[in-house]
Design a protein around this ligand. Sequence first.
Ligand SMILES: [Zn+2]
Length: 410
Amino acid sequence: MSVENLKYLLVGVLVFGYMLRKTMGYLNVKNPVPAIPDTLSEYLSEAKLQEAKAYQQENFRFRFIAGTFSFLFTFLFITQGWFGVLDAWVADFGFSPLIKSLVFFGIVFVGSDILSLPFDYYSTFVIEEKYGFNKTSIKTFFSDKIKGYVLSILVGGGLLMVFLWLIHRMGQDFWWQFWIVAAVFMVGINLFYTGLILPLFNKLTPLEDGELKQKIVQYAHSVGFPLENILVMDGSKRSAKANAFFSGFGKRKKVVLYDTLLEQHPPDELVAVLAHEVGHYKKKHIVWSMVLSVMQVGVMLYLLGQFIFSENMSLALGGNAWSAELNIIGFTMLFAPLSMVVGIGMNWLSRKNEFEADAFAKETFAGKPLAEALKTLSVKTLSTINPHPWYVFVNYSHPPLLERLEKLEN
Ligand SMILES: [Zn+2]
């Protein structure tokens, strides 16, 4: 493809993605709110429903502004050839090709992080604060930023270095070599996330002995689920929103419950939430989603390998010669529509898995407490009860509340 046409294609893909996302968001926020369904009548008041609507609208406006800002910025960078200008500027320092690529990505990373900082700040300290979700102090906010930076440099930078080194040294073969590295990394993160990374940001303490622990252990035993540890995480340090998750494979499985979840739900509901999570394991969802993610990365690397060594993409982005980093940037942008299609497929699968995990919890424990837990969670987080079907199709990894309730309560 000619340089000129590539440039048009990049702009076209960018504009298309932006318009599609904004249209979906608009349809979703404009979807009329129905009367409160019977099943939620004890949980959801008219006032709460209006509050949820206001929260949704405020978030929509915020994402519209943030997304438009980022769109315009990228648009200018492509049409004005600024990526090429930046690359030429870095090249003037006379680094080796590997270091040049690293410095380029370092600048892009820091630059985009600085630009998004005011938006993160506003979202946390203005919107979340207004609706009572924010529990983050300014100090935690910035110390999170710094820790995030250090992790990005050590982990992200290390991976990027291996990736770029393979591209510069191994030529065409880089794609499957890095694929192996990436696969090992992805499995490793899953194994060590709770043990190594999470403690940098949160305090994890073993769940105290008592009724809840007894019930959890009893349930896990009844379905033959080996549980290494039940941990409580101080999620309340940052947000009032609650969550629970598992991590690890094989015999080293840990379950993490947010302290905010423990506060809001009686033991039966908590066991039901756990039963749902156990369902994901028992139905092999975790393993399959890992396999699919690894395959996805493989396909992406293979496609990247098909054109990373051609010069035209670098020229289309304003460079004056072949440049690995410019081609990677260009590829990431061109890959966006395909990645969206893959994302829709993954979300579809994920929604199907959620129903299966719900059914597992209903079968091995009970449906009612899970339904009640979902109602409380949904009402407390001001979630919408009437998302637009197209928005759900594209963006939802979990089925809408009412659909889940229907299956759990019947
Ligand atoms: Zn689930």
